[in-house]
Design a protein around this ligand. Structure first.
Ligand code: SAH
Ligand code: SF4
Ligand code: F3S
Length: 486
């Protein structure tokens, strides 16, 4: 989930929910007394960043800080940042200027930049933006309490060291802004791919996988606390690989999925993101064996043209991608697939652009995140290729991609009218407290009138009556016959 692209409805929704939002969780009594210092944290970018903010919150809570939703109450203002596109960084710079005004009103307030922009710009952030007191990269969060102390004494609180080992495996994240039903679990960090457009390998460092037993323990604890849906997070989950230090045994992603799925049949398991070059049939067959592994795969294609894919260094071509989609359809006929697309990458011709459109037409994606190419300093593409598609052309192509996908999403959703889905209730619908919202296995959001005795975290069966390109509207029905006998 990426929240700097204003062109998309889905993304705008995330924006509205997330931007400027602060996280809060009731603290244990003993810590709620005294003149504790407060931190405020705001997150941008992908789900991994939101997940990291929960790790940061946990580390700060241990050091005696309390979370607050109010900027005005904060002694420490943190912004967890994203560098993926230029726009993402502009948004952060705007927020930093606002924080600076708060600092002037309340001298002594510290402002810290965390995450990918901290890593990309390093100490430059302290110099350029005099307003910043702390710069902390994604692998240095354990150091935060110490860095805060340094900054309080007037020193420079900088740590942007990238680690080969850090997975924060032992830290139990403080669930921020939680609905108590769905949660994210980081299973790996970093990325070893070198997609030529992408800044992530530079901001997040080398790929490393987290101990599977700590993942299972975290998911089990969530289930015991009432959570019913966990999403396993990584930039490329299919390359998850962990070796037992004593037995030497390897655990791959399919095996990890199975371990988490076995915790309880009522715990839904999702994952993101899959890389088309790495997703294996073993993963697909594991998904088929477990009803509680959701039938939904986010499989970013980026482009439908093989020459462009080669320049992007994605290491698959159009035919390979289509074969993987066919394998999903064969092994998991009920599975929905979504994607990411970049319009106007270096040297993209009209013909190459039409290849993207025709692939999207063919693949029948349920949803897509769509962007136009934004050159990022230091990446392979910035060094080796010319960003030679004019901005108006990029924007026009993106518009065509969005229009096509909006039509396809509507068709995909209309095909669900009349069907009955098992839905996990997540809470009130955004528009009315007389309606619940919840997702089906295919990750589609359903909205339906409430019925007595039901609560978030319960499963219900919902028949779809109407569809828009973003939502399914329906009503609760009895469980299908075969379910009643289970
Ligand atoms: N690890 C994931 C993607 C992470 S970045 C994967 O490999 O699929 C999320 C998305 O942002 C990418 O899939 C891509 O579509 C988009 N993106 C990344 N860098 C970009 C850039 N420089 N310009 C435009 N979009 C970009
Ligand atoms: Fe970036 Fe490619 Fe890694 Fe995804 S797989 S994070 S696009 S380098
Ligand atoms: Fe952005 Fe960093 Fe995620 S660049 S998309 S926050 S890994």
């Amino acid at each position: 989930m990426y929240n700097d692209n204003p062109t998309l409805e889905g993304i705008r929704q995330i924006d509205e929910q997330r931007q400027g939002e602060v996280y809060f969780q009731q603290m244990p009594e003993e810590q709620a007394t005294g003149a504790a210092r407060h931190f405020y944290i705001e997150s941008y970018g992908c789900q991994m960043n939101f997940s990291d903010s929960e790790i940061v919150a946990s580390i700060l809570a241990k050091a005696g800080f309390r979370p607050t939703r109010q900027l005005a109450q904060a002694d420490l203002i943190l912004i967890n940042t994203c560098s993926i596109r230029e726009k993402a960084e502009e948004t952060v710079r705007k927020r930093l200027r606002l924080f600076d005004r708060i600092k002037q009103q309340r001298p002594g307030t510290l402002v810290g930049v965390l995450g990918c922009m901290a890593e990309r710009l390093k100490a430059k952030l302290l110099e350029e933006e005099k307003l910043v007191d702390l710069v902390v990269g994604p692998d240095a969060y354990r150091d935060l309490p110490k860095l805060v102390a340094t900054a309080e004494e007037g020193g420079k609180g900088v740590n942007v060291f990238l680690s080969r080992e850090e997975t924060y495996a032992d830290i139990s994240p403080m669930r921020l802004d939680s609905n108590g039903v769905t949660a994210f679990i980081s299973i790996m960090r970093g990325c070893d791919n070198m997609c030529s457009f992408c800044v992530v390998p530079f901001t997040r460092g080398r790929e490393r996988s987290r101990d599977p037993f700590t993942i299972v323990a975290e998911a089990t604890e969530l289930f015991e606390r009432g959570y019913r849906d966990v999403t396993l997070l990584g930039q490329n989950v299919d390359s998850y690989k962990w070796q037992h230090p004593e037995t030497g045994q390897w655990v791959n992603f399919a095996q990890l999925l199975e371990m988490v799925a076995q915790i309880h049949p009522d715990l839904r398991v999702r994952f993101s993101t899959s890389h088309p070059k790495d997703i294996t049939d073993e993963v697909l067959y594991t998904m088929a064996r477990y009803e509680n592994i959701c039938k939904y795969i986010h499989l970013p294609v980026q482009s439908g043209n093989s020459r462009i894919l080669k320049l992007m260094n994605r290491t698959y071509d159009r035919e390979w991608y289509m074969e993987r989609v066919e394998a999903i359809r064969r092994i998991l006929p009920e599975c929905a697939i979504s994607t990411d697309v970049i319009a106007g990458f270096c040297t993209e011709t009209e013909e190459a652009h039409r290849d993207t459109l025709s692939l999207m037409e063919w693949a029948n994606f349920s949803m897509a995140y769509m962007f136009y190419y934004s050159e990022r300093p230091g990446t392979l593409a910035a060094r080796k290729l010319k960003d030679n598609v004019p901005l108006e052309v990029k924007k026009r192509r993106l518009q065509e991609i969005i229009e096509l996908q909006t039509r396809k999403s509507l068709e995909h959703n209309l095909a669900d009218v009349g069907k009955v889905f098992k839905v996990l209730i997540e809470g009130n619908s955004r528009r009315s407290d007389q309606h619940f919202k919840g997702r089906n296995s295919q990750n589609k959001m359903l909205v339906f009138p409430k019925e007595e005795g039901l609560n978030p975290g319960d499963y219900v069966w919902v028949q779809v009556d109407e569809a828009t390109s973003a939502t399914l509207l329906g009503h609760i029905v009895d469980a299908p016959q075969e379910e009643m006998h289970k």
